[in-house]
Ligand binder design. Structure first.
Ligand SMILES: Cc1cc2nc3c(=O)[nH]c(=O)nc-3n(C[C@H](O)[C@H](O)[C@H](O)COP(=O)(O)OP(=O)(O)OC[C@H]3O[C@@H](n4cnc5c(N)ncnc54)[C@H](O)[C@@H]3O)c2cc1C
Length: 452
């Protein structure tokens, strides 16, 4: 039997992982990527995030393809949130009580290159960079592409085309053209800009390294994630318009005044702030919900192409990796009927990625507005402590989303059930306060454990 031939559009995170999974099963895989080869440092990043938080779901995918151990030295553990107060003090909130409950920060480029190299270790996998997908004959599985360097048109016939081409997917557009398809795109009226906290002159980190940093605020928010070279990458989230928005920060003086007023301690961490601010683009934040995710046995979508979410839960890539594992599993279960495999894949994923979209939007409010509230901090303490005491009975929603592989909708359902029980047993907030006091010992132990 001849090996199936698959064309993947997009050599980002989902496309490259998909190439590994299909390559190791002996498929002929060709991956077409519009950008340059990231192994040669030629992939223009634009406003895309420089580093990403890998959580349990993403780690599972990397472990499954044998990449986790070799990648680990290039990741930095994030053991909790470092919440910056206006006076410059940091409150550290551990993510959990054990070493499984941490996130791992990794550079997008490092991860992408590692996935591409792994995929290329399979002899039937090829990557073609600077090759842009244009059109699709979705009934025949024929993709039309352009070589961006020569302008030459390429026609590729495949058993199936996988659209891993991100939030503004051209494969999705082509696949759904003329079909009764749902498509909803929501832009947040906030954008983001990436900034750098470089290492100090002696090479040491300028602030606590193994943490996810947040400077919360309902009208502006700054976060920062660590890199293995002791730098941190900051992301400033602001309304796009208005006096307090990006459009008002047009000169070095306004930028410096803005940081001095709202993030004075961060200003001290970013010596190159003004130049970087002018040089780096403002990125937009989009949620995409769509259906169907496939067309017969000829086309299917993975990752942001079928479910882009706001980045506030740090789950977009993690969810994209879960898609790839799921699609691979469905192809294994239905090797001779890809139309069914693709349908089953969507049926098993979409209810969960829809919930993730909602959770990601809600988490924006949590990070922005609630992090500095003492009641909220108490509630988080109670959650972590209760989980430490009764790990089977009590799993906070954040823990289930970030530190387990419980499907997102099931995690939400379980969290709601727990809330109902807690309310019945203890009468709501009063019980939480009491419980949190009782559990303070566990919380303190977690802080000690993480070195704070
Ligand atoms: C600020 C920010 C922070 C984030 N932080 C996190 C985080 O901490 N954790 C997390 O899990 N997720 C995070 N995400 C989300 C994560 O970046 C995405 O979910 C993830 O990149 C999706 O992977 P993908 O492969 O589906 O799409 P992409 O990574 O966007 O890859 C798509 C690829 O397709 C290529 N392409 C597009 N069109 C064409 C075409 N016509 N022809 C050929 N190639 C094409 C693109 O060049 C690109 O390489 C964050 C996102 C943002 C914006």
């Amino acid at each position: 039997m001849t090996a199936p031939r698959v064309a993947i559009v997009g050599a980002g995170l989902a496309g490259s992982l998909m190439a590994v999974l299909l390559g190791r099963r002996g498929f002929h895989v060709e991956v077409y990527e519009r950008r340059g080869d990231p192994r040669q440092g030629t992939a223009e990043e634009g406003a895309r995030s420089i580093n990403l938080g890998l959580s349990r779901r993403g780690l599972k995918a990397l472990r499954e393809i044998g990449l986790l151990d070799s990648l680990r030295p290039r990741t930095v553990p994030m053991r909790g949130r470092a919440v910056h107060r206006p006076d410059g003090q940091i409150d550290f909130h551990p993510y959990g009580t054990n070493d499984d409950q941490i996130l791992h920060s990794v550079m997008r480029g490092d991860l992408n290159v590692a996935l591409i190299e792994r995929a290329l270790s399979f002899e039937r996998v090829r990557f073609l960079f600077r090759t842009a997908f244009e059109r699709l004959d979705k009934d025949k599985g024929i993709a039309y592409l352009t070589d961006e360097e020569t302008g030459e048109e390429l026609t590729v016939a495949a058993d199936a085309v996988i659209g891993a081409d991100g939030v503004f997917s051209a494969v999705r557009r082509e696949m759904q053209r003329g079909e009764p398809a749902d498509y909803r795109q929501e832009f947040l009226d906030w954008g983001y800009k990436q900034l750098t906290i470089p290492p100090a002159a002696d090479g040491s980190p300028r602030t606590l390294l193994e943490a996810f940093h947040v400077w919360p605020g309902s009208e502006r928010m700054l976060i920062a994630q660590p890199n293995h070279d002791n730098s941190l990458t900051g992301t400033l989230f602001l309304p796009l318009r208005g006096e307090g928005g990006f459009e008002a920060l047009t000169s070095p003086a306004t930028v410096e005044r803005f940081f001095r007023t709202h993030f004075p301690d961060a200003l001290g961490l970013m010596p190159d702030l003004v130049r970087e601010f002018a040089a780096n683009p403002v990125g937009t934040l989009v949620t995409v919900r769509t259906s169907p995710w496939s067309h017969g046995d000829k086309a299917v979508l993975v990752g942001d192409a079928c479910h882009a979410v706001y980045p506030f839960y740090g789950q977009g890539m993690n969810a994209a990796f879960e898609d790839c594992l799921r699609l691979d599993a469905c192809l294994r279960t239905h090797p001779d009927d890809w139309a069914t495999a693709f349908r089953r894949y969507q049926e098993s994923r979409k209810p969960h990625t829809d919930v993730l979209a909602d959770l990601s939007a809600e988490h924006f409010t949590e990070l922005r507005d609630r992090l500095r509230s003492p009641l909220f901090a108490l509630r988080k303490q109670a959650d972590v402590a209760l989980h430490g005491l009764f790990p089977e009975l009590w799993q906070p929603l954040y823990t289930m989303v970030s530190h387990t592989t419980i499907p997102y909708a099931d995690a939400l359902e379980r969290a709601r059930r727990q809330e109902r029980v807690l309310r019945r047993v203890g009468g709501g907030a009063a019980a939480l306060v009491g419980l949190s006091a009782a559990c303070a010992v566990t919380w303190a132990a977690a802080r000690r454990r993480h070195g704070r």
